[in-house]
Design a protein. Structure first.
Length: 97
């Protein structure tokens, strides 16, 4: 799994199970986590790219991934069991009204 992060001093990182590398080393021209989100969404961003050796996450101090938050959207139908829960909730809500 590819993860985006920022260090306590604001450096954007990309990582996986093997550790993190500077985002700009993996994706030249991409300097911030916010800039990388669209690449991550379409699957073109991948940890492990570049020639920088990964730093284990226990050797880093992390900050929140985005300097300031705007709107964040989540989609909860990423697996069948949750879709079933959502259907049950919708049916229960209709009965209550």
């Amino acid at each position: 799994m590819t993860r985006l992060a920022r260090t306590a001093d604001g450096e954007a990182l990309i990582g996986g199970d093997d550790g993190f590398v500077p985002l700009s080393a993996a994706e030249p021209g991409v300097e911030t986590v916010a800039d990388a989100l669209s690449l991550a969404a379409d699957g073109t961003l991948a940890a492990g790219a570049g020639s920088t050796r990964p730093v284990p996450d226990d050797h880093l101090r992390f900050a929140r991934p985005l300097a300031s938050f705007g709107k964040l959207w989540g989609i909860g139908l990423n697996y069948a069991e949750h879709a079933t829960d959502l259907t049950r909730t919708a049916r229960t809500s209709r009965r209550a009204s």
